[in-house]
Design a protein around this ligand. Structure first.
Ligand code: NIG
Length: 396
């Protein structure tokens, strides 16, 4: 059992408070990692001896990003669709069908390799915990291999057979498949079930049936809701006690109130909002009302082809009116809450004694630089489960 001391920390974000905006940022700090976990935190001047020592030279240290909404299992490219959107054409859920065709044609090896490429890209940028989904297979065999591919790269896997009704199958028949044989085939490989509750995808009653089937199979609940217009996604997620409702661009006052009085986390996806030219989700109003929020990339080939949590944090600060502390919290401990990993023995998203030692070093003295220097890749070193996966540069 060896201990590693990380010292010379200019500012240590611990996220030790359970709510957004109350997080501690300690100056002149040090931290000890032992057995993959945080073993000690305090002032650098009182740091204990350790087997090895890394001096980060006055840089900021914070928890690794917790990205709880991605769609990494896919094949193909939709840059032409993106260009057409930027030329003024609206995003429609039906674009998903293009990726379904390419994903069905790809081998499982190709799907795993592509997902691993994106997971590695995310890790280099400080993402130490990943959720990813199925949802581009949409037949029994393709969803099953998507679930296998997802579980080979992600910490948490979500079954999204109810993404759209694929072409060539009757709607009711497809719903029977998703809630029956497909669910049974993927259930051992996944943690959550999800449904795209939106015009062009699934209505409220169909979504309810999908979620209840998932719950009966022992899965947690997540919902894609209120992305392209006002709808029933948020209401349904809160009613069923879902862990998270994701997107939340079009919220009525009643949706915000419902979220504020629930345990459901509103997972906001600003990179997607910009890439689809949807209004940014009302993050400020949600926080002011007392709702729990998370920030995630929604990395996928259609609406949000980025793995950069830093971009999401900068957008949340610069355009969604969160403070830096609130945005960082939402991208770390807030996100961990949506997968029930914000507390307890396997907690991620905070740096407290006993938490998993997932952390990143910025090439900056403070987390404020994440938004103060937008577009500059600031993550310069990453530890995952206590092991350093990228080197600390010597110059600062
Ligand atoms: O989260 N909203 C539904 N699913 C994805 C879109 C995926 C796609 O267009 O391929 C999303 O944005």
């Amino acid at each position: 059992m060896t201990a590693e001391l990380i010292t010379g920390i200019g500012e240590l974000t611990t996220n030790d408070a359970p709510r957004s905006g109350e997080s501690t940022r300690l100056p002149g700090a040090a931290l000890v990692i032992e057995n993959g976990r945080v073993a000690w935190i305090g002032s650098a001047s009182r740091a204990p001896d350790a087997d090895s020592r890394t001096d980060v030279g006055g840089r900021a240290v914070l928890p690794g990003w917790v990205d709880t909404h991605t769609h990494l299992v896919f094949a193909g490219d939709r840059s032409a669709e993106f260009e057409s959107r930027m030329a003024g054409h609206a995003y429609q859920a039906g674009g998903i069908g293009t990726t379904v065709t390419a994903t069905r044609e790809a081998s499982e090896h190709e799907l795993v390799a592509n997902a691993k490429r994106l997971a590695a890209e995310a890790l280099r940028q400080g993402t130490t915990f990943l959720e990813t989904k199925t949802g581009y297979g949409l037949d029994l065999e393709s969803e099953t291999r998507s679930a296998r591919a997802a579980s080979s790269v992600a910490d948490v896997v979500t079954f999204l057979g109810a993404h759209i009704v694929p072409s060539g199958i009757d709607r009711d028949e497809y719903l029977r498949l998703v809630t029956g044989p497909m669910l049974q085939a993927v259930a051992p490989l996944v943690d959550f079930i999800d449904v795209f509750c939106e015009t062009g995808a699934f209505d409220a009653e169909e979504s309810r049936a999908v979620l209840l089937a998932g719950r009966a199979a022992g899965l947690g609940l997540r919902v894609h809701g209120n992305q392209l217009g006002h709808g029933d996604g948020v209401r349904l997620a809160v009613e069923l006690g879902a862990s998270s409702v994701d997107h939340c661009n079009h919220l009525a006052a009643a949706d915000i109130d419902a979220l504020a009085s629930s345990t459901t986390v509103a997972t906001l996806l600003p990179a997607c909002d910009l890439s689809t030219r949807e209004p940014l989700a009302p993050a400020r109003a949600l926080l002011d009302a007392g709702a729990h929020i998370a920030l995630a990339t929604n990395c996928n080939p259609g609406t949000s082809y980025t793995t950069s949590m830093q971009y999401c944090v900068a957008t949340a600060v610069l355009q969604m009116r969160l403070t830096v502390t609130e945005a960082v919290w939402a991208a770390t401990r807030g996100a961990a809450r949506s997968v029930a990993r914000d507390d307890g023995v396997d907690s991620v998203g905070s740096l407290r004694v006993g938490a998993i030692a997932d952390l990143q070093v910025l090439d900056a003295p403070s987390v404020s630089h994440l938004a103060y220097r937008p577009g500059v890749p600031l993550t310069s070193a990453v530890w995952r489960h206590g092991t350093r996966v990228t080197a600390v540069p010597s110059a600062f």
